[in-house]
Design a protein around this ligand. Sequence first.
Ligand code: SF4
Ligand code: SF4
Length: 500
Amino acid sequence: MSIFSKHFPLGLGTSRLPVSGPGDTDGIENSIQLVHKALELGISYIDVGYNYSAGMAPLVLKEVFQNTVRPFSVTAKVMYGQDKTADDARRRIEQHLKTMGLEKVQYFTCWSIWNYDIFENIMKKGGIYEGALKLKDEGLVEHICCSLHASPEEIQKIAESKVFEGITISYSLLNAVNMRPVLDTAYANDIGVAVMNPLGGGVIARNQDYFSFACSGNDESSTVHAALRFVKAHPAVDIVLGGVNSMEELKDSLGVFSRPDPETAKERLERVMGSISGLTGFCTGCKYCEGCPQGIPTSAIMQARNTFLFEPPAIYNRKGPEELLYNIHMFRSLFHEEGWIPETSENPCLKCKKCEKLCTQKLEIIDAVADTYRRAGQTYFTKEAHKERLRDLLYQKDYRHVGLYPNGGFANLIIQLYEEFFGEAEFKWLYFNSNPKMWGQIVDKSIVHGPGEIPELRPDFILICSYSYDNEILESLRQYEKYGVRLEKLHRDGEVPWVF
Ligand code: SF4
Ligand code: SF4
């Protein structure tokens, strides 16, 4: 029995509520009705982040929580990076409680642990985990959990540390082979498991024919239903998170878990796992091909290249061209799963065929590796290319002040890389952000400025770091060029983001 066992197997994800922002009164009302309905129908686990559904999800929940008699359990998330210390964690949780109008929350979630280093930082003395323990002692949170995006090996190591009572992980037909050891570990240690992305981030819903092998004769021919049942079939999985956007979606997902599975869990699990390896051209992530003498991460590359089997969805505000979307999805997966970015675009493969001989799916790994390095060069996704771009934009330009717009992940990476490549900057970095809530805040010992301060601060150069909104930011800043400020985007057309 895990801490999540008491919940209805469908959990409510709140990142896709039908609301577009604070002015969307109809959307707010519809979202409130949707959450009320979910609780009324028996859902009791609610997953929320402060920025979900255009930042409106916590406010929608507050309204619901104040007017329901139904039981519910909700997450409060603290992310390493935004917060680092035990005191930061306390401040963040108090803020979440206030926003949702609650006196306590069931699940303290260490949000988005991307790798083992982040886990170690969370666990440091005086760090976030220590803060969580104090909050638990005081009764402000009941359980300490986390959500994980690390590699399966790292997730397993983190689970084996047994410091978390519940984990939220991505699990679906797409990564089932890889994630099975993680689930087995969680089950053996009574760690609760909530599953995000049960439909592979939409890939399965968009490609139902391809994944129809998941259906048994009694799955109403619905690949989506079969895929959801498959995820729940592993005994470690307590909750399958479904992001809902409408009553129809809510009722459809709920129906899957309200009726008994027509197949036993064991049968479904074994039947589907057996079929996954029968997919043509699909890398199952079995990792038999690993051990390349040149250190090429063959299995991670091949798994990331599964994206070429399907039509690529729009991402990061880019709707095309298709090649760019493929490249973004592939390198994003490689970056998340493996932390991989090649030094250069030169392919180090010796064509020794060691990997291909071991591949259970008989995939053409050598050609795929060559194509991946070619694409890395084409999209500027190499360390060498990043160094050249920073040299070209910033190094020895006699700048006194360089603005990074906006502050955040890209800006942090740029400073880190600049120092790694060229040493400490000979100019002063300035942070800018369009969000008034950020103005005046101290981030990494620097104050965040609004664009209105540009005429006074007179940076020599502003680097637009955002990928998703680079053109919009550039246009909004054009008015400041008359003050002698040079503006440039970090990313050029056809390139993939430096940060995913
Ligand atoms: S063929 Fe290339 S990628 Fe495969 S093991 Fe040999 S060097 Fe590595
Ligand atoms: S052996 Fe083949 S199927 Fe298995 S991870 Fe490697 S490329 Fe993928």
